[in-house]
Design a protein around this ligand. Structure first.
Ligand code: COA
Length: 178
């Protein structure tokens, strides 16, 4: 497992997390209970912090990073991911804030200052521009993303189910002995 310190700050990882050996997690990164981090994820909490809420999963090849504080932006842009969030393969989440029960489709890009409210489904390959807010309960797709329609019941249910599936999957991986 590659957990590295930056300026003497080490990632804080709950014991129930699964962190794939090939993932790289640096500095001020906090992973709450049952978080899973899949192969080749890079999470760099150096010039600001990253927080990942309980039961969220960050899938293969995703990049997580942040923006430093400055005079014009005294908080900078940390990266905050809520609970039960599924981040698909090869996404780029940079300095944005995600609520709870969200699916970020594979290959999506979410930029600084964007806010994704609870219970949102973002289609694969979408781009969420800086400072945009995605409203709770909707499907968004496209580059730049547009609100397409309210979520179907099955999609809302899937948001939580996906997190449950990934907690089960990471528990299986934790039992593997190489
Ligand atoms: C957006 C999504 C939820 C499908 O929504 P849907 O309403 O069922 O969409 P449909 O398949 O009926 O397609 C409707 C239209 O949207 C288009 N479309 C579908 N997904 C799209 C996407 N991600 N981006 C842009 N357009 C998309 C379709 O081509 C279709 O266009 P058309 O009407 O011109 O033919 C799905 O395609 C998607 O992106 N899922 C994300 C899956 C994922 O990444 N999971 C994480 C990995 S575990």
């Amino acid at each position: 497992m590659s957990l590295r310190s930056y300026k003497n700050i080490k990632p804080t990882i709950s014991d129930s997390c699964y962190i794939d050996e090939s993932a790289v997690i640096v500095g001020k990164v906090e992973c709450a209970d049952d978080v899973s981090i899949w192969p080749l994820v890079a999470a760099r909490g150096d010039v600001n912090y990253i927080k990942i809420g309980a039961r969220s999963n960050i899938q293969d090849g995703t990049v997580l990073h942040v923006t430093r504080v400055s005079e014009s932006n005294p908080e900078g842009f940390p990266l905050i991911i809520g609970e039960d969030v599924t981040v698909g393969h090869k996404c780029m989440l940079h300095g944005c804030t995600l609520g709870n029960r969200i699916l970020v489709g594979m290959g999506a890009i979410i930029m600084d200052g964007a806010v994704v409210q609870d219970d949102v489904f973002i289609g694969g390959g979408s781009l969420v521009p800086p400072n945009k807010t995605l409203e709770s309960g909707y499907l968004y797709v496209g580059n730049p993303v547009k609100q397409v329609r309210p979520l179907k019941e099955s999609e809302s249910a899937f948001l939580s189910q996906s997190a449950v599936n990934y907690v089960k999957l990471k528990n299986e991986y934790l039992k593997e002995v190489v």
